[in-house]
Design a binder for this molecule. Structure first.
Ligand SMILES: [Zn+2]
Length: 272
């Protein structure tokens, strides 16, 4: 009997699942493919009630985590994700924050140990396709970098995934998004995109149309209402949102099956 088609997305915080992979998870769930989301931290360093930041009065990391895990369940329901698995590490916060030094912070966990935990989940679900961040964690957050490291290590140690992908932000698309953001005015009027921002367009191997699932992504993003991070995307004009939320793009890092160099499907080469 052939293995049930399964995709596993490895993310750092509750809410990271939406922007870069919400569409593929919704689409593959709709196609009957098993979807697994692994969220490595509890999101303790996110915004507290009323947008209060870590270290400020009224920010209780434990309460923030509990609230965010509730939001994660709601988001996952909007995206049709079948299985949400929590590794339970403590959110390390942004690079340079005092939370970086907490002994339980995800970024301080030995890669071997965390990869062993993730490897157990890979052994359980046996995903053909695994998706995570690039070596820079997309934008340098220590937990995203650590998620990348353990996903790579668990892929190597288990030998289970056939394909490993990193989320990509193609430069041409990012440039377009900066233009839309500037058009919003206010905080973004002077937003300039650094030349080296995003993924060089020629490195992108896989572009997946998720346009039928843009509404699911928007609902999932709204479910993370306590967090201001992704909220600016919800303020983009309605006619612009579909262009920003679809397609979702990836670079294929590892592939041990026959698949075309340029793909429009993470399961290219894996379907009967
Ligand atoms: Zn994150």
């Amino acid at each position: 009997m052939s293995r049930e088609l399964t995709v596993m997305a490895v993310h750092a915080h509750p809410d990271d699942e939406v922007i870069s992979t919400g569409g593929i998870l919704a689409r593959y769930a709709h196609e009957g493919i098993r979807t697994v989301l692994v969220t490595c931290t509890n999101g303790e360093q996110g915004d507290g009630p009323g947008g209060v930041k870590p270290g400020e009065e009224g920010h209780d990391p434990r309460a923030v985590a509990e609230h965010r895990l509730g939001e994660l369940r709601e988001s996952a329901a909007h995206l049709g994700i079948a299985h949400v698995e929590l590794l339970g590490y403590r959110d390390s916060g942004m690079d340079g924050w005092p939370a970086n030094d907490h002994p339980d912070a995800f970024s301080n966990a030995p890669v071997e140990d965390a990869a062993a935990k993730l490897g157990k989940l890979m052994e359980h679900y046996r995903p053909q396709v695994v998706v995570t961040y690039d070596e820079n964690g997309g934008y340098g957050h220590p937990d995203h970098i650590q998620a990348h490291r353990i996903a790579v290590a668990a892929t190597e140690r288990t030998g289970i995934p056939d394909k490993l992908y990193y989320g990509a932000m193609p430069r041409a698309r990012m440039r377009e998004m900066f233009e839309h953001m500037r058009a919003l005015g206010a905080d973004w009027a002077d937003a300039e995109m650094p030349d080296d921002f995003g993924t060089p367009d020629e490195l992108v191997t896989t572009v997946v149309d998720v346009s039928p699932y843009v509404e699911n992504k928007i609902k999932a993003l709204r479910a993370h209402a306590s967090q201001s991070d992704g909220a600016f995307l919800l303020r983009l004009p309605e006619d612009v949102q579909p262009r920003v939320f679809s397609p979702e793009c990836f670079t294929r890092h590892f592939c041990r099956i026959d698949a075309p160099d340029q793909e429009d499907d993470l399961f290219a080469g894996l379907r009967a």
